[in-house]
Write a new protein. Structure first.
Length: 247
């Protein structure tokens, strides 16, 4: 499971580049819409909305865009309803892939994802085909060299974390049940323990190894899926080694 943080960090770093191009605005607008749909437009009482707004502000999304997204979510502005959809499939070598999407048009999203899978040596599967290989978890990743591990361990274990694990790339990975994510995030913020990356996503129960050529093909598939405007997170059970990353 520790290897999952490598792909999560790749997505996070790529997100910063996308933010510079404004590419993330569409994704984060949908995150704001879905949060407002489910919990109302007041961020003080809607943690999911508050986080989505904070993420949007972090990439300098204009206030007007944020306001419009909130109003669309609460129904004050028109627009198709945004849905949360999970797509499952296989990458090259049979590697499992899960995509969490926010879409206002399933009839558009599914064929587009099917095309990406097909063109890059994979296959979009049926619901449930690989989800049994994953657990939905809250995930926080810290730089081991810049964090007080003893303090971090104490805070997370007292606030709903399941596990804290050192990875082979110098990170500390904390996981928790999804329902504990908000409280743990608040506790870490109060303790001034800043995560490099944090999200709720599908974490593989175990990882699988493939040869280098196959692994690089899987990474290309994951990157193309992550580029899709409707995709929020992409998860895989591929063991992402330094060799695959070109280190």
């Amino acid at each position: 499971m520790a290897g999952h943080s490598k792909w999560a960090n790749i997505q996070h770093r790529k997100g910063r580049v996308d933010a510079a191009r404004g590419k993330l605005w569409s994704k984060l607008s949908k995150a704001i819409i879905i949060a407002a749909q489910g919990g109302g437009g007041d961020p003080s009482s809607n943690f999911r909305l508050r986080k989505a707004i904070d993420d949007a502000k972090a990439i300098s999304m204009p206030k007007d865009n944020i306001s419009r997204a909130i109003k669309r979510g609460t129904g004050e502005l028109g627009g198709d309803r945004v849905e949360e959809v999970v797509y499952e499939g296989y990458g090259p070598g049979g590697v499992a892939v899960m995509c969490e999407a926010l879409t206002d048009n399933r009839n558009r999203t599914a064929p587009e994802l099917r095309s990406i899978f097909s063109k890059l040596g994979g296959e979009l599967g049926k619901t449930g085909c690989v989800s049994y290989l994953f657990d939905r978890k809250g995930l926080f990743v810290f730089d081991a060299e810049s964090i007080d591990e003893e303090q971090l361990t104490e805070v997370v274990l007292e606030n709903g974390a399941e596990d804290i694990e050192a990875t082979d790339d110098g990170k500390l990975q904390v996981t928790c049940p999804p329902e504990n994510y908000d409280g743990l995030d608040d506790a870490l913020t109060a303790a001034e323990l800043a995560a490099e990356m944090k999200q709720v996503s599908q974490v593989p129960q175990t990882t699988v190894d493939v040869d280098s050529d196959t692994g690089k093909k899987v990474l290309r598939l994951l990157e193309q899926l992550d580029d899709h405007d409707d995709i929020q997170t992409v998860s895989t059970n591929l063991n992402i080694t330094d060799e695959l990353l070109g280190d």
